[in-house]
Design a binder for this molecule. Structure first.
Ligand code: AMP
Ligand code: GLY
Length: 425
């Protein structure tokens, strides 16, 4: 069997790793992939958003299944392009990917189906949005409607800060067209968890929950990032709370999408906040989380390829998920300056030594090969999040200690990581 994985980050490296464990898979392609995946997959230099070229490649190379990592190709309609050519692909179509690609769509959808989420108003006029925030006091959350790579949310402590965020998004177009419309919502409080669920349009099967760490620095300080580390399972999401998430959020979401004529097939990611009034949705994503996937897939006691196939073929009701009785903690090593400007091309050392650590997996994110002369190649940094070190252990504390011991083996100029991943539970 031949599998194509679309994307180039740590999440996609974890997907490639999970796919490689299936004995029926004899060829994995990654487009465009990264240096870490190249041991398991052939990296093909096609961008994740170059949909027609990807479909041509899948056809020409008799790919049996394509798994899409990031949101951008899904929002552009990669699934529709592949399906129109009779190619099997795991991920929602363009219409259902709107659950992530438009916050206004997602919030209005939740309102129509009584799915618990923060109270909100949506605006496409700067003047009206300013009039709205001027009448308020206290904190508000301002969200750009479109995809903004994690930069589209501002927590404004007062109406002055809200006004500044609105002007930046809607007037200065700091996020391009993503900020043409905005959602303004109430600030909620509570621990956040990520619940990713497999969907085949009819059945929804939640994966083990994970918790991300969005801020750049220890103690949840500094700017928001794509995610600096994750762990699974999540003790605060106890079985009764998980039952509420399932019946109050996941099932009504899948049913609502089906009723609206866009049955959802793929991974539905619910970013949740556990408030005093119960679980509420902060955001939906139409894909696996990064770095949540790197903390969840190592715990899967089963085969990702057959799960993805069951989703595509509408057979999810026949499937049961099993998890290892172990925790996983993934710590991300990033380049100095991330999530702002950072330098690339720094030589990475310690990748061989880390292989000696038991129960530790290294998932590359921003890495590339560089010619080191005499036919040798070295691995260098090529992104803000460079790699994630994931460790399994009998409990979260054991996994956490292992991940931190292992990450110390890695070095490159400007390396930094958070030292408190999975320490506040
Ligand atoms: P989002 O992309 O919508 O998940 O927002 C990014 C981050 O902003 C979330 O992970 C939360 O930490 C924070 N956030 C978003 N919406 C709210 C809200 N209504 N109340 C509190 N925090 C929020
Ligand atoms: N870690 C957050 C996300 O994948 O959106």
């Amino acid at each position: 069997m031949r599998v194509l994985v679309v994307g180039s980050g740590g999440r996609e490296h974890a997907i490639v790793w999970a796919v490689s464990r299936n004995r029926d898979v004899d060829k994995i392609y990654a487009a465009p992939g990264n240096a870490g995946m190249s041991g398991l997959a052939e990296c093909i230099p096609i961008e994740a958003t170059d949909l027609e070229t990807l479909a041509d490649f899948a056809r020409a190379n008799r790919v049996d299944l394509t798994i899409v990592g990031p949101e951008a190709p899904l929002a552009l309609g990669i699934t529709d392009v592949f399906a129109a050519r009779g190619l099997k692909i795991f991920g929602p179509g363009r219409a259902s990917a709107q659950i992530e690609s438009s916050k206004v769509f997602a919030k209005e959808f939740m309102k129509r189906h009584s799915i618990p989420t923060a109270q909100f108003s949506a605006f496409d006029s700067l003047e009206e949005s300013l009039a709205f925030v001027r009448k308020r006091d206290g904190a508000l959350v301002i969200k750009a409607d479109g995809l903004a790579a994690g930069k589209g949310v501002v927590i404004a402590q007062n109406s002055r800060e809200a006004e500044k965020a609105l002007r930046s998004m809607m007037e200065d177009r700091s996020l391009g067209d993503a900020g043409a419309k905005v959602v303004i919502e109430e600030l909620l409080e509570g621990p956040e968890v990520s619940v990713m669920a497999l969907c085949d349009g009819e059945t929804i099967l939640p994966l083990a929950p994970a918790q991300d760490h969005k801020r750049a620095f220890d103690g949840d300080r500094g700017p928001n990032t794509g995610g600096m580390g994750a762990y699974s399972p999540v003790p605060v999401l106890d079985p009764p709370m998980m039952e509420r998430v399932y019946s109050e959020i996941l099932v009504p979401t899948l049913e609502g999408l089906r009723e609206e004529g866009i049955p959802y097939k793929g991974v539905l990611y619910a970013g949740l906040i556990l408030t005093g009034d119960g679980p509420m949705v902060l955001e939906f994503n139409c894909r696996l989380g990064d770095p949540e996937t790197q903390a969840v897939l190592p715990r899967l006691d089963g085969d990702l390829v057959s799960l993805a196939q069951a989703c595509v073929e509408g057979r999810l009701s026949e499937v049961a998920l099993h998890w290892k009785n172990e925790a996983c903690v993934c710590v991300v090593a990033a380049s100095a300056g991330y999530p702002g400007r950072y330098e690339k091309g720094k030589s990475i050392s310690g990748l061989d030594r880390i292989k000696e650590h038991e129960d530790v997996l290294v998932f590359h994110a921003g890495t590339a090969f560089r010619d080191a002369g005499s036919g040798r190649k070295e691995i260098v940094t090529s992104g803000g999040r460079v790699l994630g070190v994931a460790a399994l252990g009998k409990d979260i504390e054991t996994a956490r200690c292992r991940a931190y011991q292992a990450i110390k083996e890695i070095s490159f100029e400007g390396i930094f990581w958070r030292s408190d991943i999975a320490s506040k539970r």
